[in-house]
Write a protein that binds this ligand. Sequence first.
Ligand SMILES: CC(C)(COP(=O)(O)OP(=O)(O)OC[C@H]1O[C@@H](n2cnc3c(N)ncnc32)[C@H](O)[C@@H]1OP(=O)(O)O)[C@@H](O)C(=O)NCCC(=O)NCCS
Length: 173
Amino acid sequence: MNKLLITVRAENSHDIATVRRVNELAFGQPNEAALVDLLRKSADPYISLVATDGEQVVGHIFFSPVSIESEDAFPTAMGLAPMAVLPEQQNRGVGSLLVREGLKECQRIGCDLIVVLGHPQFYPRFGFVPAHQKGLRSEYPVPPEVFMVAELKSGTLTGKHGLVKYRPEFAQV
Ligand SMILES: CC(C)(COP(=O)(O)OP(=O)(O)OC[C@H]1O[C@@H](n2cnc3c(N)ncnc32)[C@H](O)[C@@H]1OP(=O)(O)O)[C@@H](O)C(=O)NCCC(=O)NCCS
């Protein structure tokens, strides 16, 4: 596969079963696929993008709003979760393309802040840093390097502190 042939576009209703399958295969369990199905019904706004190689959907990324408990005022923040690339298509740049296009789309809809709970070796290349360095904590007891944030507008977090809460659907799966 030539990674230059990969296209990223908004998910449409015909993609839903395939997106479920991509998540199930990438994670080896149904939980993340079920989460996407729940979030599509309840999150507003959400961003759901697919990476395609020709007609085949090979990857998927999802963003939904998170809330931030704080005395400070925060702009709209989104959480990146989940993202998945078919096992046989991994390590070819598909995931990176999805993150980059996803961040652009978040910015386009007016979101200045993205959080992710994920691989600390993967996300920093897209501008994510450990969230505790920027004054943000996660409601989940995770190692500090796993909870990361990206400011899409520089200085968004300067001088602020807050507790990031994911939507209730995350606790259901
Ligand atoms: C994580 C994932 C989306 C990356 O997609 P991808 O198409 O393989 O990503 P890319 O080809 O753009 O980048 C590959 C890089 O990601 C890194 N990576 C992939 N999985 C990783 C993991 N579990 N931990 C740390 N790094 C990981 C690779 O080591 C590689 O790093 P390198 O460029 O320094 O060699 C994909 O591996 C996947 O679907 N994994 C299973 C589901 C998952 O873990 N989702 C993310 C939850 S946070």
